[in-house]
Design a protein around this ligand. Structure first.
Ligand code: FMN
Length: 366
């Protein structure tokens, strides 16, 4: 099947993308002390040189004492940290690329580093890292307000540095998602509720604060997932009606693009239709969506952390769905981590040159 549909331009507000391929956010932990290095800037520049239409950075921490659980993940606050990000976006722009930072707060997810811990207490809605597992204290009202402020400050910094958009990480069981999920949000105040639209208030307040900070014309992408790292089988919304009720307040607050994370993009979201998560989100809200999950590879990414290699896989199903406008953009993770020239090879029909994904790729910034 011809990949031409991947190379159709896409426009949202001032964001003019030359094609439909997005580099998925991928934590690389190559930024000692939270400062992105020149090697990090070159790593992103190589993806811009490889014609990737829109690059989303690895998750980068907002200004809360425990927004990150790894000392080598870059921060998006502080003078030297932001100056380093300025060098990243300058390199990407110099190669003709467009980029958003992924603004991140890990919430109640403990560090795996044996000798390091964050500068302050972990934040979480109800002092739980997963259902039934106590972990620290619930965030106070002051903490919640300050976390919202931290996202807005980071978004304004992104705009000031010249980034083309921002992405907010609301997926995969991290802080924003811990508010969405009743398993980790048992608050009885305005940020907790029996129903999902109520638990979406934290995210909606963040989107609103970000929107106020960056103004009406700056693109805001929100990444969401049904699945959690704590439980792959969880579905926040188990019907299209529940999905609509979840997403509507987020779109009303100012989200421009929903980035709908699945581990395998071809899996239907609800029975009775083959639409995937991004397909349903687009249909129900009318906003453009990004799909993601095992594009161009045989295996999915969680197994990859365990060492499983993946072989290159056909793009036909993806192309068929993109061509029928099920979603607007396609994020690619491991295939682009492995090979900055992946998209050029697709464009030029060089399928024999596509590389398998090997866990060893995680150890370098190539
Ligand atoms: C090494 C690695 C790091 C990741 N880090 C992040 C992250 O910081 N933020 C995020 O939202 N997703 C993260 N993900 C998930 C990816 O964005 C993507 O959703 C996932 O890899 C599926 O895409 P793929 O099958 O094309 O690799 C990461 C994935 C990998 C492989």
């Amino acid at each position: 099947m011809s990949p031409d549909v991947l190379f159709r331009p896409f426009q949202l507000k001032g964001l003019r993308l030359p094609n439909r391929v997005v580099m998925a956010p991928m934590t690389r932990s190559f930024s000692p002390g939270g400062v992105a290095t020149g090697d990090v800037a070159q790593y992103y520049r190589r993806r811009a040189e490889g014609q990737v239409g829109f690059i989303i950075s690895e998750g980068t921490g907002v200004d809360r004492p425990a927004s990150l659980n790894d000392p080598n993940v870059p921060r998006f606050h502080g003078e030297k940290e932001l100056a380093a990000w300025g060098r990243v976006i300058d390199q990407v722009h110099a190669a003709g690329g467009l980029m958003a930072p992924q603004l991140w707060h890990v919430g109640g997810i403990r560090t795996r580093d044996p000798i390091w811990s964050p500068a302050g207490a972990y934040d979480s809605p109800s002092g739980l890292s997963r259902p039934g597992k106590p972990f620290g204290d619930p965030m106070s009202d002051v903490d919640v307000a300050d976390a919202i402020r931290a996202f807005a400050d980071a978004a304004l910094a992104a705009k000031t540095l010249g980034f083309d958009a921002v992405e907010l990480h609301g997926a995969h069981g991290y802080l924003i998602d811990q508010f969405f999920w009743d398993g980790t949000n048992q608050r009885e105040d305005a940020y907790g509720a029996r129903h999902l639209p109520g638990r979406a208030r934290f995210a909606a307040d963040i989107v609103r604060a970000v929107r106020n900070a960056v103004g009406p014309d700056y693109p805001i992408v929100l990444r969401i997932s049904q699945w959690k790292q704590q439980d792959f089988a969880v579905k926040l919304a188990d019907t299209p009606q529940a999905l609509e009720a979840w997403l509507k307040p987020l779109v009303d607050a100012g989200t421009d693009i929903l980035h709908c994370s699945q581990r395998r993009f071809w899996e239907p979201e609800f029975e009775g239709s083959d639409l995937n998560f991004a397909g349903w989100a687009k249909k129900l809200t009318g906003v453009p969506t990004i799909t993601v999950g095992s594009v161009g590879l045989t295996g999915e990414f969680v197994a990859a952390f365990g060492g499983e290699s993946s072989r290159p896989a056909s793009l036909d199903e993806l192309i068929r769905r993109l061509d029928r406008d099920e979603f607007d953009l396609v994020a690619v993770g491991r295939a682009l981590l492995q090979d900055p020239q992946w998209l050029v090879k697709i464009r030029d029909g060089r399928s024999d040159d596509l590389l398998p994904f090997e866990k060893s790729a995680l150890a370098t910034l190539s």
